[in-house]
Design a protein around this ligand. Structure first.
Ligand code: T46
Length: 190
């Protein structure tokens, strides 16, 4: 991880997409094991999680290769997400959908696992998806906005406009995710 700043309990690494940062939890170890702070509003506000947590979601993805996403919420319900893997390993991907962004439609992917203690802090204006790299991968998401199905948008995980390099052949996909339309050329972002 190319650490660009540190907080007391976290190492923070910027990515090539402005505002998208990787947060690594520091462990305080002793003979019993370790203690780490999973999230800290004070320490992570400067990193980009500036609003109160509204929802915390938990997913189990049973089979290696499965993919969920890409999902986002449209303004004014756009949300900041803090995504962590607490079991197994995933390839976590965020796509820049910010209107006028210099990295519009660019994506960043990285491995999150129970062992690397890394989370992805995903700002508003990004779509999120992931591929399970292990069986029984569990994710915990912190959301800065409540779920609003009327504001939900999605991208197809195989959209050639994104050309995401998934590490594994695609496995399980929900019916809904399998049928998201590809982006049209007039899509200007959210
Ligand atoms: C996101 C969400 C969904 N739901 C309901 C809607 C469906 O009836 C059911 C499963 O939803 P969905 O199929 O969208 O779940 P995933 O495909 O795992 O999507 C999630 O994974 C991708 C990668 C994400 O980034 C999103 O945060 C999240 O949508 O839970 C809720 O009740 N509350 C919620 O906050």
């Amino acid at each position: 991880m190319n650490v660009t700043s540190t907080a007391a309990r976290f190492s923070i690494a910027e990515t090539t997409l402005d505002g998208l940062v990787c947060i690594q939890r520091k462990q305080q170890e002793d003979v019993r094991g370790f203690f780490s702070r999973f999230f800290c509003a004070d320490e992570l506000r400067a990193a980009g999680f500036r609003d109160p947590i509204q929802q915390i979601n938990h997913t189990l993805t049973r089979r290696r290769g499965s993919v969920r996403g890409f999902h986002f919420q449209r303004p004014p319900h756009a949300e900041t997400k803090f995504v962590s893997c607490i079991r197994g390993e995933v390839f976590d991907v965020a796509v820049d959908l910010r209107r006028g962004s210099g990295t519009f439609l660019r994506w960043h992917g990285q491995r999150l696992s129970a062992d690397n203690h890394c989370s992805l802090l995903i700002p508003k204006g990004f779509a999120h998806g992931f591929q399970a790299l292990s069986d029984d991968a569990e994710l915990v998401y912190l959301h800065s906005e409540p779920y609003n199905p009327m504001a939900e948008g999605a991208l197809n995980v195989l959209d050639p406009a994104l050309a995401v390099a998934w590490p594994l052949p695609l496995g399980d996909l929900s019916e809904r995710d399998a049928n998201h339309p590809y982006l049209t050329t007039d899509f200007g972002g959210i």
